[in-house]
Design a protein around this ligand. Structure first.
Ligand code: F3S
Length: 776
């Protein structure tokens, strides 16, 4: 049989591609002659069980998208320092010697951008020492790659080192899809999802739709690949990509640099896309060679030419879509017609073409003075970006000009920084007065100490080459208007110090009174000789797992605490629960687990739990963050939760609609669970949060009759009827809540649930991790 022939012949493939090819052969066998997009080829070739996923809930292998539940085996996991803490603490609670797949940790989010690279790095290491020490010790114990502070920003480092055409990765950061520029399916997830992959459990995803973006033509010299996604964000809006993978295709793709493609993929997150991907091109091969991965380029070629069973062209794994593959929607962009765009303020989908920006600034009464220009970040710090910027800086220097706004640069990695230093680009940037920040996120994630006297609350405009521009994102000032553009446009406008300057048409005055107009920027796609690796102390620590290594967590730490596995479900229905608080109105993941100053406690569940529901509104009194104990004493909600935890009393909360909307923040499920929540009973749930609760062993129930919300109050005693049986039956059966009021009156409230067989297992085991770690 032909598929067997494929399997045996695949052994002459490079080892990296044997598994991919075998799975792909199976996908072809199951789907027959169906034309596949590139995203589908890669994604379906990572299915745990191809037949089960592609045939169940689909029209016999048709209509997979949006319907099939894919159970996937990713090839690796990448984590950044902020989200890695809870992911690792959870992984540790599984007591495994090592992860089932390779993983890396990148220290990038916790470094503040202030005075300049060296000072900032030193200060960042001091402030966050215990977190970095913990991450490094966990990396040593489990054999994960550790990139120390200063090594670079996760997505740039991943692109340079781990992204590989045809692979599938998970990253604990929303801009992980950056690696799609190198034809790698990479999906941003929360820590709990990452841990599932680390313990070797299949990772679930509803089969995404595929949104095709057809590129034709060639960019004008003033226009950058960033403008493709800025323009697309304007069309799709921040929700337009939800549930879809964005796949680029068409002849225009071949005109783009690899790093340009990565930038477009990075910002697919801004339209809510599951991920984004580009086909493999000659630029991809050039990038692999420049980053010292010539062998990988050869392997891709070997796979592309590998015939498998022979004649049928579908048997070849091509890193592009099949001819005639259908997209759920196609957007066509003519690169030759594209203009530079500026997006913002406050949302990345408010796109204005450069030619209209001046008029829009005046019309909207946005600030005309530009207080800072910031370039770099994980989005735009490639060799091409920086050399194009350099060409503008040199022109300006020759004319005797300096930037009129503050001008900051964050290199994406030590490799990029060192190469730009070797090739003289950094000297040009610094010569122009540019402030070099460390190879870290810095101002992109609110870690920016401004020294320009702009007070919090003062309206001002900044222009960045970053990817996101929500209010307060950069400097914590909600009145700072952050506009997004390509690094070239940011740079040119920083010389004018004005938001109304159009470098394509307008002139600046030189010190001797002459008119100066920028010529279009030009740069090099990559360095002439391979990239420099840079300062060895900023290199990766890569070693096999050492089970004897100690994890560095001080017992007195207020930022990190070991995580105890949650106890399993009792072998009976629940009884003696009490209603901690009845909540009214919106209850988002921010309400349940606030961010901002609490972020520093992300690795310390007891400490971060002291913010649980601290902005929730008490339905009975209208007070915010107030709950009453059975003796009538008044407490904050988390205080009462802790008091009941100490007394061994388990509890539930009652709330209204769309409970847990907002984000996938796992702390919003972990914290109530830690404090003793067993049930959350609401009118409706936000889907992701409902799943997160089940993963942490909390039972999410909804009222069968919404009006029953009025029948239950804070302090009521609650037991369950049918819950244990339903869980034992793999989610089949109904559950009632028996409520005993203060006056002794009893009522039965019917509820609904959406607990699947797998999830029933999670709840019975105490948490998904308890169960998954047993299965390894
Ligand atoms: Fe860091 Fe900003 Fe990228 S926070 S990972 S540089 S989006």
């Amino acid at each position: 049989n032909s598929s067997r022939r494929h399997l045996s012949s695949a052994h002459s493939l490079p080892p990296t591609y044997e598994k991919l090819f075998n799975k792909y052969t199976e996908v072809r066998r199951v789907l027959g002659k169906q034309r596949l997009t590139l995203a589908e080829k890669i994604l379906y070739s990572h299915l745990h069980n191809v037949e089960e996923s592609l045939l169940n809930n689909t029209n016999n292998g048709r209509d997979i998208r949006g319907k099939a539940n894919l159970r996937l085996n990713p090839d690796r996991v990448n984590m950044q320092d902020a989200s890695a803490q809870m992911a690792l603490l959870q992984f540790m609670s599984c007591n495994l010697e090592r992860p089932a797949i390779p993983a890396s940790i990148h220290c990038d989010h916790l470094i503040v951008g202030s005075k300049g690279a060296e000072d900032d790095l030193e200060a960042g290491i001091q402030t966050n020492k215990e977190v970095f020490d913990f991450l490094e010790s966990a990396a040593r114990k489990y054999g994960m790659d550790f990139w120390p502070p200063g090594a670079g920003i996760i997505h740039q480092t991943v692109l340079e080192n781990y992204a590989l055409p045809g692979l599938m990765m998970l990253g604990t950061d929303s801009h992980s899809p950056n690696a799609g520029g190198l034809t790698t399916i990479t999906i941003g997830v929360g820590g709990a999802d990452a841990v599932e992959a680390l313990v070797g459990a299949p990772w679930e995803l509803k089969a995404p739709k595929v949104l095709g973006v057809e590129l034709i033509g060639k960019l004008d010299p003033w226009v950058a690949p960033k403008d493709v996604i800025l323009r697309l964000a304007g069309e799709l809006t921040v929700r337009g990509g939800t549930g879809s993978i964005i796949e680029y295709f068409g002849p225009g793709v071949d005109t783009l640099s690899l790093t340009g493609m990565a930038t477009a993929c990075n910002m697919g997150a801004e339209v809510g896309a599951t991920t984004s991907i580009f086909p493999y091109t000659e630029a991809s091969a050039r990038y692999l060679r420049a980053t010292s991965r010539g062998q990988a380029a050869q392997n891709v070629e070997t796979l592309q030419n590998f015939p498998g069973a022979g004649a049928d062209k579908d048997a070849y794994f091509q890193f592009k879509a099949d001819e005639g593959a259908e997209y759920d929607r196609v957007i066509k962009i003519d690169l030759s017609q594209l203009e530079p765009h500026i997006n913002g303020p406050f949302t990345p989908d408010l796109a204005t073409p450069l030619s209209k920006f001046k008029a829009t600034v005046k019309e909207q009464k946005w600030p005309e003075s530009l207080s800072a220009g910031l370039i770099g970040s994980c989005t735009n710090s490639s060799y091409e970006d920086m050399t194009r910027v350099e060409s503008l800086l040199k022109q300006a220097a020759n004319a005797g000009l300096k930037p009129a706004s503050d001008f900051y640069v964050t290199p994406g990695s030590e490799q990029i920084r060192a190469t730009l230093e070797r090739d003289g680009t950094l000297q040009t940037i610094e010569g122009a007065g540019g402030i070099l920040l460390s190879n870290a996120c810095g101002p992109c994630i609110g870690q920016w100490q401004r020294h320009d006297g702009v007070e919090k609350g003062t309206s001002n405009a900044i222009l960045t080459s970053y990817n996101r521009n929500f209010r307060g994102r950069n400097d914590g000032n909600p009145e700072t208007m952050n506009f997004l553009a390509s690094p070239e446009i940011v740079t040119a406008m920083a010389f004018a110090g004005s938001t109304t300057f159009n470098p394509m048409t307008d002139a600046l005055k030189t010190p001797d009174g002459k008119d100066f107009k920028f010529s279009p920027p030009h740069g090099l796609e990559g360095p002439q000789t391979p990239f420099e690796s840079g300062n060895p102390s900023l290199g990766v620590l890569s070693q096999p797992a050492d089970p004897s290594a100690e994890i560095a967590i001080s017992p007195t730490s207020d930022r990190l605490a070991f995580l105890e596995p949650f106890p399993p479900f009792p072998q009976s229905d629940l009884s003696g629960l009490r209603v901690l608080v009845k909540i009214t109105g919106k209850c988002t993941t921010d309400t349940i687990s606030a961010a901002g100053p609490w972020l520093k406690y992300k690795g310390h569940l007891p400490n971060i739990s002291t913010n649980t529901l601290n902005t929730a509104i008490n339905a009975e009194t209208g007070e915010v963050n107030v709950a009453y104990d059975l003796d009538g004493s008044k407490h904050t909600i988390p205080e009462l939760g802790q008091r009941w935890k100490d007394a061994g009393r388990e509890w539930l909360v009652v709330a209204e609609h769309n409970y847990g909307e907002g984000s996938a923040r796992e702390h919003a499920a972990l914290q109530p669970r830690y404090l003793g929540a067993r049930i959350v009973l609401v009118k409706s749930f936000a889907r992701i949060h409902e799943t997160n609760l089940k993963k942490q062993g909390v039972v999410p129930l909804t009222f069968e009759n919404e009006a029953d919300y009025d029948l239950i109050s804070a302090g009521d005693e609650v037991s369950t009827v049918g819950l244990y049986e339903m869980l034992q039956n793999g989610g089949k059966g109904s559950v009632q809540i028996k409520v005993k009021r203060g006056n002794g009156e009893e009522k039965l409230i019917p509820t609904k649930h959406a607990i699947t067989e797998d999830q029933a297992g999670f709840i019975l085991a105490g948490s998904a991790l308890n169960l998954l770690s047993k299965g390894i």
